[in-house]
Design a protein around this ligand. Structure first.
Ligand code: NZQ
Ligand code: ZN
Length: 384
């Protein structure tokens, strides 16, 4: 196992009825900016529960944060936060609202011309407004990590930043929020969480049985409970298990002391940037390609995934690998997510555009930093 430092101070309030406790976690007298998305919180009662809980605070609201939150929109909230001297941000929504809120929190204190530098040039985050989250969609793990992904529409770029300073002070996870989710968002959440695990697991062995078995238990739970949530949206127990799986998949725990890949995400972000494909769906396109092209490098862990999680059999290693890739593809498709580029209307020219971007960036990705434009072409051409 590799050396590591693990630090996660996000307080989790989990379970039915916990949204009513939101206000008790916010410092008294704070002036709050409540951030939200396209309005789902008004239809499912989450807004009313939150408002009741923070009724003793001064609360301003900023809505309209899009899925794959836009820098252009978020900068308007940064202005409001500065002008109104906001001292607490309360994110009420899915990963996009929360990621957007993390960017607002950091951008408010950014010294320099343009907070886009935090994303494009890794400008350090030195200070941030405190954030609380009421999560309405289990998927990203953003509720218990310091990462955020922001899109700048005018240049079709989708970039990541991370800082401990934007980790939520608390996150409220009430599984009943799942009851109002459409099938598509449930499926996106299941596969996003699953691929967060593979990014931290499907690399090479470093003798880390604890992390491996935590990872396998999360994947197994997603495979068992995800379809139950899809079949019956008001099955509270399955909703709770799904929600906690998604948080555990990306709160840092399973990634300590092990190599991490993240190439599926990095390539997937480009598919969202160019074609607006939902984040989770991009991952289901890319991962099978990576497993095929890097089957040799990832051999031991692919076989372990197959045998332990999907109960795959085979006479040779090659057969086991092939069967594991088929099992992963079958799982994605069984929850309703297509896995090939043409199914999303993506033309072959997009592969050229993505490779050109990685060529320009000049660095390689993956657990061995050996995935560059040539390999990305092979991965994506496999998905045509
Ligand atoms: O905007 P509203 O009206 O709220 O509707 C949303 C949105 O249309 C809707 N929704 C959310 N909760 C709902 C609901 N509809 C009904 N009932 C509810 N309870 O769902 C739609 C999608 O929401 P979004 O927040 O975009 O989805 P998700 O949580 O999957 O977030 C995706 C974003 O997170 C980033 C992705 O790149 C993408 O931009 N990620 C963030 C990560 C992180 N911070 O660690 C890691 C991930 O890998 C991911 O990259
Ligand atoms: Zn993801």
């Amino acid at each position: 196992m590799n050396n590591f430092t693990f630090y996660n101070l996000v307080k989790i309030l989990f379970g039915k009825g916990t949204i009513s406790k939101t206000g008790t976690e916010i410092p008294q007298g704070a002036k709050i900016l409540l951030t939200y998305g396209g309005g789902s919180i008004f239809k499912n009662g989450v807004y009313d529960q939150v408002k009741e809980s923070v009724k003793d605070f001064e609360v301003l609201e900023f809505g309209g944060i899009e899925p794959n939150p836009h820098y252009e929109t978020l900068m308007k909230a940064v202005e409001i936060a500065k002008n109104e001297k906001i001292d607490f941000l309360l994110s009420v929504g899915g990963g996009s609202v929360l990621d957007g809120t993390k960017f607002i929190a950091a951008a408010v204190y950014h010294q320099g011309n343009d907070p886009w530098d935090i994303l494009a040039n890794r400008a350090p985050v030195e200070k941030a407004l405190p954030i609380g989250a009421v999560l309405t969609l289990p998927a990203t793990g953003s509720e218990m990590n310091g990462g955020a992904v922001i899109t700048r529409v005018e240049i079709q770029e989708k970039l990541v930043f991370g800082s401990d300073l934007v980790m939520p002070k608390f996150s409220v996870l009430d599984p009943e929020v799942i009851f109002s989710l459409p099938d598509r968002q449930v499926a996106n959440g299941i596969v996003d969480a699953f691929v967060h695990v593979t990014e931290q697991y499907l690399t090479y062995p470093v003798n880390s049985p604890i992390q491996d078995r935590f990872a396998e238990s999360i994947m197994q739970t997603l495979i068992e409970e995800g379809p139950k949530v899809l079949a019956n949206r008001t099955d509270y127990d399955s909703a709770a298990n799904f929600m906690w799986s998604a948080t555990m998949a990306l709160n840092g725990l399973i990634g300590v002391g092990v190599p991490q890949d993240w190439a599926t995400h990095m390539i997937g972000h480009e598919l969202t940037a160019f074609h607006g494909i939902d984040h989770g769906r991009t991952l289901c396109i890319v991962l099978p390609g990576i497993m095929k092209v890097f089957a040799d490098q990832k051999k031991e862990k692919i076989i372990q995934l197959g045998e332990r999680v999907f109960k795959v059999q085979g006479r040779t290693d090659e057969q086991k690998i092939e069967n594991t890739i088929s099992a992963v593809v079958y799982f994605f498709e069984s929850v309703g997510v297509p896995t090939r580029l043409p199914e999303y209307g993506v033309p072959a020219e997009t592969i050229d555009r993505i490779c050109a971007r990685f060529e320009k960036r000049g660095y390689k990705i993956g657990e061995k930093a050996n995935i560059g434009p040539k390999e990305i072409r092979m991965i994506l051409e496999d998905r045509l």
